[in-house]
Design a binder for this molecule. Structure first.
Ligand SMILES: Cc1cc2nc3c(=O)[nH]c(=O)nc-3n(C[C@H](O)[C@H](O)[C@H](O)COP(=O)(O)OP(=O)(O)OC[C@H]3O[C@@H](n4cnc5c(N)ncnc54)[C@H](O)[C@@H]3O)c2cc1C
Length: 328
């Protein structure tokens, strides 16, 4: 089966979101298995040609954009009408979008309209060697197993977990960019539709520096020092599942298989053992710095830099030094 894969891309404040490039990376991995054509669709009122050309450097054969401010609102029942027209025009066999707030709201609505199946939050893809259809891989049963799911209906649709795939630079000679202005409005079912900006400083999936803590921090007071450290480093606070279960931090801050997948420049792990379920959520971090009193802790196998020592002594010292430097 020769696949035509369409990505529903995301734009925020005129810029293409990293998740779009990550999904292009996933598509590239399927190139020699039957995916022949890869396209990216964007809809926004703020279309910037330079930005929309970028996916063409990461393996897209074409980018198709529609300029209409309706896409910048959360009016999915309206933007879905445009996307259905795009799908009828390009006839993709696979449709992927990021498992972000937008993607996870839009895709079920779209799948229902298209009478097709949808697999949520995939962390891997493959092509079935027998019938050539897309295999969609994701953690299931609380993360205890990796399930391989094959939707029987077409187009096959899936959302992709952010920070799971790496973008791959690659250009195709006949790649095209088409942008159309379409001011059509479809009737809205909403009386009031308000878009509230999320606080990007609190989104661990987007953090460049993540200060994470685990059971080794012992209690909520010690854990709260991570907030101070994060402020000094202009980063965010993350935690292991134990830290969340203990109530030291909240679920949106959980890193791991049943939490969020993160990929910061620096991942600082304080008193985290490095259980497989935790590593699954942070192993693509650029630099991993681990502090643990157990020299045999699993986290040290992955760490770029490790300190064997007591976090209860080291964390306050690090904060003190950073504050002293700031005040100089
Ligand atoms: C289905 C499933 C899904 C899961 N999903 C997740 C997930 O998404 N995220 C996640 O994190 N876990 C997840 N887990 C749990 C995971 O298996 C571990 O139990 C958990 O990650 C352990 O957290 P921890 O490292 O904080 O605690 P521990 O494993 O108890 O490690 C604490 C570490 O702190 C060190 N330490 C103790 N005191 C000090 C000190 N004073 N100074 C320095 N070091 C010290 C210890 O040496 C130890 O290495 C999941 C488990 C299952 C079964």
């Amino acid at each position: 089966m020769n696949h035509h894969l369409l990505i529903i891309g995301e734009i925020h404040r005129g810029k293409v979101e990293p998740t779009t490039f990550e999904i292009l990376g996933a598509a590239q991995q399927l190139r020699n298995k039957g995916v022949e054509k890869v396209g990216v669709f964007f809809g926004s009122g703020k279309i910037n040609i330079e930005e929309l050309q970028k996916p063409l450097q990461f393996g897209a054969n074409y980018v198709y954009g529609i300029k209409n401010p309706i896409f910048d609102e959360l009016a999915f029942h309206q933007s879905t009408q445009f996307i259905i027209n795009v799908i009828q025009k390009f006839k993709p066999t696979i449709i992927l979008a990021a498992a972000t707030t937008r993607g996870t709201t839009l895709m079920p609505y779209l799948a229902a309209k298209l009478h097709t199946g949808l697999t949520a939050d995939c962390t891997g893809f493959d092509i079935d060697s027998e019938d050539g259809s897309l295999l969609q891989i994701r953690p299931a049963i609380g993360g205890n197993i990796m399930a391989t799911i094959k939707t029987r209906t077409f187009p096959q649709m899936a959302t992709v977990r952010p920070n799971t795939f790496k973008p791959i630079q690659s250009e195709y000679p006949d790649s095209t960019l088409v942008i159309e202005e379409d001011s059509t409005t479809y009737s809205s079912g909403f009386i009031k539709n308000e878009f509230i900006e999320e606080d990007h400083n609190l989104d661990i999936a987007k953090a460049k520096i993540l200060c994470s803590g685990g059971r080794g921090l012992k209690n909520a007071t010690n854990f709260s020092h991570l907030e101070e450290l994060a402020q000094c480093l202009k980063g965010c606070v993350g935690g292991s599942r134990v830290a969340v279960e203990q109530g030291w931090t909240s679920f949106p801050h959980q890193v791991g298989l049943s939490g969020k997948t993160v990929s910061p420049e620096f991942y600082l792990a304080f008193g985290i053992s490095g259980a497989i379920q935790h590593l699954a959520g942070m192993q693509t971090s650029r630099y991993i710095i681990a502090i643990n009193r157990d020299p045999e802790a699993q986290i040290f196998h992955l760490a770029d830099f490790g300190i064997v020592g007591d976090v209860l002594e080291i964390l306050p010292q690090v904060i003190r030094i950073l504050k002293q430097r700031k005040n100089k």
